[in-house]
Design a protein around this ligand. Sequence first.
Ligand SMILES: [Zn+2]
Length: 280
Amino acid sequence: MTRHRSHIAHLARHTLLLLAMAGMSAVAPAQEVEYVPVDDADSAIVAELSDTFTRYAYSVDRWLKLESQKEPYLTQRNVFSSFESGFKRATVARLEYTFTIEGGTETRVYHAMSGVEPDEAFARLLSAKDGLSPKPLSPVADQFRDTRWDVRASGLDESESELHAAETADGLDHSADAELKAFRTLERELKEAKVAAGGQLRVRVSKIPCESCRKVFARFADRFGMSAEIAYTEEGSEAYAAFDERRKAVFRRVRNNRTGVRPLRPLEGNLPPERLPVCE
Ligand SMILES: [Zn+2]
């Protein structure tokens, strides 16, 4: 099964390349968006997606620790489990952008999760309890480990972006999809000239991208004249199972630590180095 699927992926990849080459002789090359299903449980992509999830789990852990010192509302079993069920199902996306700057190359990594941002979810839960307006995002958002290379993507204002969720046959709202958040964040940085255009895009997603996100990728590729490689783990594959197992193990630590008087940094030892090697 696994081998079979890899073979198909390989063929698909090959066909795209041939099409690209054939197209080049006649007209200017179209910007390619290449889809690569990943099956191998040992793939670096599994580790990369787990790294992105761990950053979010770390941020959630900080929130819980800060809040529980005063009034342990978020850490109550029913409140926490309603948050947890959504958080553990959310799609994880990771966008690596490599570009040339001052004669060298640099890679920035945009991390995203689908749905309501955890900080916002907590603010909503607290406001529902107090009847107060939602609190601003906690400073915990700053403890996400944003570095020179790592950026936490978020849902940006519709009016600030040229990338929008499309109407799809499934009838679902895709405006908070992880991939859209990641691409919008990169779009903003390109427009602000924080990063240079014409770079290489590698995207990793924990599930097969939906129709709406595929339109977003195509729009982005056209708008900025870049090709993209979108690798994803499909539910049912060994790679997805491996990712899901790691995700559960990380979150179990958050859950088990949520009420204890333990050091504030239970996940610190679990965090990967700040800069992972770029996957080829
Ligand atoms: Zn999507």
